[in-house]
Design a protein around this ligand. Structure first.
Ligand code: SAH
Length: 417
């Protein structure tokens, strides 16, 4: 469960049904029967209404999404986007316009609806190839025009056409709940294992759930490939996967090209899903996560020691000729915050702190000013603990070396009185 999710691990159906007679009639012993498609659809509609003010129609022959589980993914995207704005903090900026794409939005159009209902500055495209789903998704968007305004656009894709509609120029992020299965037989076997009717609301129809080009691994591999060709230094591409075994090979194919990615586990009740997100540019998110058995991204938040005072750390950094940047162009020093938490932002054009670099500088061989910024960082002193937050750049060795230098400085500095 995501920390900002309003949902407990399991929904209190009795409480929810109090306000929704349409759900109350499906209650059996204060729970609902997840094998009953009508009950599952009613639950989704009630949660979307109660918690997001959304009105949604769900066709009987299309996948019915579970809300808490879908919300976890949307909240994770919010975290990634908030912490890669390039701004002075990792916090939500309500004034920022953000544009996202949901590949395979389905009949419910659930991801665009949740994303736009919870963030007034967000705009979403939702694509699909299935005519019935596209119709339903457009109708669900129209049903919520009051809340969503014109912020959702539903687009038709074709099975062999591009996954990123070429007309969309700017994208801050993309998300996807891919067709899980490689064949109709896999799909049927999975439904049978869960003792569900072959195409129930919970498992979706074969048209939605099967990708003959290799199931979810094949589909997400295609997203990775097409995203590489599309480029976009600031776009966060992502997908959910339904099987842990799918995650490792996909992470490997991202890692072959960049270390700038994040992984997570979405857990809701007994259901586990996984998320993978990557960016071909250098904007580093705050939480990169980690999933056991899967190659972990390099952390972007590193504690370097517990005895630093911000003044000393700032002095050390400045003494080395690493530049500090003011807050949004404001004059007046790099350090902001009060009391327990103080933050300084800075950027480096290269290694100017190692012994080798200082020797070169001593011989007048090093150009410190000018050149491209190689690394952006914040130094945060929280309750005396010095933490480095890597905000920008792709050079892991440079960042590690910077952390090592600060770690030594913090350790060597005399204990504050
Ligand atoms: N996002 C919805 C539906 C996910 S099911 C949810 O989370 O509930 C996967 C969806 O991907 C289906 O609606 C299917 O029609 C769609 N799809 C399959 N291939 C696609 C493609 N090439 N481009 C866009 N959508 C596709």
């Amino acid at each position: 469960m995501h920390p900002r999710s309003p949902y407990a691990e399991y929904t209190d159906f009795a409480q929810l049904a109090e306000g929704y007679p349409s759900l109350a009639k499906h209650l059996v012993n204060n729970s609902i029967n997840f094998k009953d498609p009508d009950a599952v659809r009613e639950l989704t509609k009630c949660l979307l209404k109660r918690d997001f003010g959304l009105t949604v129609d769900l066709p009987e022959d299309r996948l019915c999404p579970t809300v808490p589980n879908r919300l976890n993914y949307v909240l994770w995207m919010q975290d990634l986007i908030d912490s890669t704005s390039g701004g002075p903090t990792d916090d939500y900026d309500p004034g920022r316009k953000v544009v996202g794409l949901d590949i395979g939005t389905g009949a419910s159009c659930i991801y665009p609806l949740l994303a736009c209902a919870s963030r007034p500055g967000w705009h979403m495209y939702g694509s699909d190839i299935d005519a019935a789903s596209l119709r339903a998704a457009r109708s669900n968007t129209a049903l919520n025009a009051d809340l969503i305004g014109g912020r959702i656009t539903v687009l038709e894709s074709t099975p062999d056409g591009p996954l990123f509609p070429p007309d969309i120029e700017t994208l801050d992020f993309t998300m996807c709940n891919p067709p899980f299965y490689g064949s109709a037989a896999d799909h049927a076997a999975s439904a049978a294992a869960k003792a569900l009717p072959p195409s129930s609301a919970c498992t979706g129809s074969a048209a939605e759930m099967v990708y003959a080009g290799g199931g979810e691994v094949g589909f997400v591999a295609r997203i990775i490939e097409e995203s590489w060709n599309r480029g976009g230094d600031t776009t966060w591409y992502s997908s959910m996967v339904g099987k842990l075994a799918s995650l490792a090979p996909l992470v490997e194919s991202v890692r072959a090209r960049t270390g700038n990615y994040a992984v997570t586990e979405f857990r809701q009740g007994a259901t586990r899903r996984w998320g993978l997100a990557w960016c071909w540019g250098g904007l580093r998110p705050r939480g990169v996560g980690g999933v056991r058995g899967v190659g972990a991204p390099f952390p972007t938040v590193v504690a370097v020691g517990g005895r630093g005072s911000v003044g000393r750390v700032v002095g050390v950094v400045e003494g080395l000729g690493v530049g500090w940047v003011g807050d949004g162009g404001k004059e007046g020093g790099p350090v902001e915050g009060e009391g327990d938490r103080v933050v300084g932002r800075g950027e480096a054009r290269g290694d100017v702190w190692s012994r080798k670099a200082r020797r070169r500088k001593g011989r007048g061989e090093m150009e410190v000013e000018g050149g491209e910024v190689k690394m952006g960082f914040r130094v945060e002193v929280v309750g005396g603990e010095v933490v480095v937050r890597w905000t920008r750049g792709t050079d892991q060795v440079l960042f590690e070396s910077f952390c090592g230098m600060l770690r030594r400085c913090v350790k060597e500095a005399p204990q504050a009185a």
